[in-house]
Design a protein around this ligand. Structure first.
Ligand SMILES: *Cc1c(COP(=O)(O)O)cnc(C)c1O
Length: 233
């Protein structure tokens, strides 16, 4: 919105959340879907706890963080105060952080290699705690990016879900920044459908409406809610 004196680009977290929720509902409706078929994962990475609290204050309960250590510093006090929070890990998970991740997160969106899948299975068996998991697919087959390449997706899902028994509920992707995201969303939806996966985590601030058109059940939105991230130190 703009010059007419109504809401600006970088308003308060509460205003931004209202706007994003409205756009999610409109995109779902336009796609013939129920608005509540899309879960908004608010990505507060590198923003302080106060920003998360502002979102909680207007009813947001699902959050995403991309680093185990940062989430560890921010969320335990919030969880105590708000036991209904759901925390998603959306960044790469090192095998040596699996213990912390299983203890802290409700959903792990970045399962992407056999060693990690085995470590998660072992830790879940040890603790009895079983966070829902997504398999991350590297739809753009980018060298530097995490995720299973599409041609190996079916075999990896078979290993993680069927052989190791991980609670895999869906697939997640981060399209290449310089490509039209729609084709990546369509590819992710296709791999999910043929593997009987109900959940699709795709779409960020710049493209979540497109993702909803292609069937996203989870959109991960940071900047459009919390504003630009402070530069990392
Ligand atoms: C940071 C991040 C997001 C949110 O990105 P925005 O463009 O700020 O909405 C979503 N998904 C992942 C995996 C991220 O790391």
């Amino acid at each position: 919105m703009g010059d007419d004196g109504t809401r600006r680009e970088s308003g308060s977290v509460a205003d931004n959340l209202t706007a994003v929720r409205g756009r999610i509902a409109a995109a779902a409706q336009a796609a013939g879907r129920a608005p509540d078929s899309v879960t908004l994962v608010a990505v507060g990475k590198s923003h302080p706890r106060a920003a998360i609290e502002a979102a909680i204050g207007v009813g947001q309960r699902v959050f995403g963080e991309n680093r185990v250590q940062e989430a560890h510093g921010k969320f335990p006090p919030l969880r105590t105060a708000f036991p209904d929070l759901a925390l998603h890990l959306i960044g790469p998970l090192q095998s040596n952080k699996v213990r912390d991740a299983v203890a802290l997160f409700d959903v792990i969106e970045t399962v992407d290699r056999p060693k990690l899948a085995r470590a998660l299975a072992t830790e879940m068996a040890r603790t009895g705690r079983r966070p829902a998991c997504f398999v991350q697919i590297n739809t753009g087959e980018e060298e530097q990016k995490a995720g299973v390449v599409p041609r190996e997706a079916d075999a990896f899902i078979a290993l993680a879900r069927d052989e190791l028994g991980l609670p895999i509920i869906g697939l997640m992707c981060i399209p290449p920044v310089d490509e039209e995201p729609a084709m990546h969303f369509a590819l992710l939806a296709k791999i999910a459908a043929r593997n009987g996966m109900p959940a699709l985590s795709m779409g960020m601030s710049g493209d979540y409406e497109t993702a909803i058109r292609f069937g996203a059940t989870h959109v991960r939105v940071g900047t459009a809610i919390f504003g630009p991230r402070p530069a990392p130190v």
